[in-house]
Design a protein around this ligand. Structure first.
Ligand SMILES: Cc1cc2nc3c(=O)[nH]c(=O)nc-3n(C[C@H](O)[C@H](O)[C@H](O)COP(=O)(O)OP(=O)(O)OC[C@H]3O[C@@H](n4cnc5c(N)ncnc54)[C@H](O)[C@@H]3O)c2cc1C
Length: 470
């Protein structure tokens, strides 16, 4: 089926959003009151669905509920989490629940409430390509409408002046483990699909969880809680040197502020790359509450004597992996500090091996000649989260949660989603529908700031010299 059979309205849209995860849903919610902005958002999935495979009972999001889709940009918005509770007559129960970190399932339910009520969201629409049409000075967005089975039903093309890419991340499986994924017989699942396969994994004689991040910890805890005491038969391995806590000190969290994002963006590229690698504990560690719950559960299982049959080993890399007959898996392990090797036979594997940004380049192939790139061939992205394009392109392509290399660790953080969306809308409208704070952190990142960056309010007073020393 080739493009184009059906065209959207002839007059171009002001904005097409591609992908409706939390980031572009935040943008859609904040764009909603801007009547002059003609926007439409496309999502390939049938509805809003936030990490369904990991909505484990009791698992919470790692940011406070104020990091909803809108509040940190506009606390008066009708699309806030508190207004959702009011609409659901659950404000008083929430008030007494005194929960600053809500359950992941509740965050998903809140976002669904917004996605089901907001106009201009088109689900079952997969965007296939984006290109620039210099004759009409617009972008062309080709999309496929999918039927209930996910099969292509109709093709379409939308013309738009601007685009916001919010295509998020996809589960990642490291090469040594790839051979395991497709072979039938023994459950090998990425953590993203854990709940769909939980029963099969729990039924396995021995289970190995690979990956020492938040998902790995949550899956290990869930398995531990569901395995008989003394016969847990669990291994949890990860490459990091420790099952380390996520940075959560109040000053440490100031790395997730607009101030730090601006500071980071102004740094030299090699410095940015070094920092992203060094700051893994800011966004890749394990929530301290989950670590405590794991220790509590292990401790509880020693009360009647004996130790749980659960082996937790950090600093271990899976060199290769293979199947033994059709019922077992053998992991060839390497301990990075000991420089030792061993083999682990197991009956099921949960790959908590993380996520990677969905590649922009496939969607933007048609724009490639216009995209300016850095020394690592990554798209350059300016302070307003806009791709740096050839000046002949008069429209803008903004990105959400694809700018780790230019804006730092805040890129995937839900706490910065509303501020980023507001920044993009202020840039797109050329106005300031959402006045944003000039200061957001007690830490002053960096020594001097170029004069133009220090907002009037923070300009140091021009001190007239008291006595002329010269
Ligand atoms: C399990 C998990 C838990 C997390 N918990 C937290 C947390 O507690 N706090 C926090 O700050 N961050 C958290 N994060 C990080 C981050 O906030 C989330 O990954 C968040 O989902 C990112 O939102 P997004 O909108 O950028 O991307 P996604 O949620 O990945 O959404 C992108 C959407 O784009 C759609 N899409 C992609 N390509 C196309 C296309 N070509 N056409 C149409 N649609 C397309 C996808 O189907 C998807 O729905 C978590 C991440 C994971 C994986």
């Amino acid at each position: 089926m080739t493009h184009p059979p059906r065209h959207e309205p002839a007059s171009p849209r002001d904005l097409v959003g591609i992908g409706i995860g939390p980031c572009n849903l935040s943008l859609a919610a904040l764009a909603h009151p801007l009547a002059e902005l003609d926007a439409v958002f496309y999502e390939q999935r049938p509805g809003f669905d936030w990490h369904p495979g990991l909505l484990i009972e009791g698992a919470t999001i790692q940011v406070p509920y104020l990091a909803d889709l809108v509040t940190l940009a506009d606390p008066t918005s009708p699309w806030s989490f508190l207004n959702y509770l009011r609409a659901r007559e659950r404000l008083f129960p929430f008030y007494f629940a005194e929960r600053f970190h809500i359950q992941r399932a509740e965050y998903d339910a809140y976002c669904r409430w917004v996605a089901e009520a907001l106009p201009g969201l088109r689900f079952r629409h997969q965007v296939d390509a984006v290109r620039w049409n210099p004759e009409r000075d617009v972008f062309e967005v080709d999309h496929t409408q999918l039927d209930a089975e996910g099969e292509a039903e109709a093709l379409g093309r939308t013309y738009t002046r601007n685009i916001v890419l919010g295509i998020g991340t996809a589960p990642y499986v490291p090469d040594p483990l790839k051979p395991l994924v497709d072979a039938p017989g023994v459950p090998v699942v990425h953590a993203a699909d854990y709940l769909d396969h939980r029963d099969a994994v729990l039924a396995a004689g021995h289970v190995t969880v690979v990956g020492s991040g938040q998902s790995g910890a949550e899956v290990f805890l869930d398995l531990l809680r569901h395995r008989p005491a003394g016969r847990e038969k669990l291994h949890w391995i990860g490459r990091t040197e420790a099952f380390a806590p996520m940075e959560y000190s109040k000053l440490g969290l100031e790395h997730f502020t607009p101030d730090y994002t601006r500071y980071f963006h102004a740094l030299a590229e090699p410095v940015r790359d070094r920092l992203v690698a060094a700051q893994w504990q800011l966004h890749k560690g394990i929530d301290a509450g989950t670590l405590a719950a794991i220790h509590d559960e292990l401790y509880r299982r020693t009360v009647n004597g004996g130790w749980p049959d659960a082996v937790l080993t950090p600093g271990v890399r899976v060199r290769t992996a293979g199947r033994i007959a059709t019922t077992k898996i053998e992991l060839h392990l390497e301990h990075l500090q000991q420089d030792s090797r061993s083999r682990l036979t197991t009956d099921a594997v949960v790959l908590a091996t993380g996520y990677r940004d969905r590649p922009l380049d496939r969607l933007l192939a048609g724009l490639d000649p216009y995209i300016r790139r850095d020394s690592s061939e990554r798209p350059r992205i300016d302070e307003q989260f806009r791709l740096v394009l050839d000046p002949s392109v008069t429209g803008a392509v903004h990105v959400q949660n694809a700018e780790l290399h230019t804006h730092g660790v805040g890129a995937p953080d839900l706490g910065l989603a509303a501020w980023r969306s507001a920044t993009i809308l202020n840039s797109l409208t050329g106005k300031e529908p959402y006045p944003l704070p000039s200061r957001t952190a007690f830490t002053s990142f960096g020594l001097e700031e170029p004069a133009d960056r220090v907002p009037q309010a923070r300009q140091p007073k021009r001190l007239t010299p008291l006595v002329d020393e010269r």
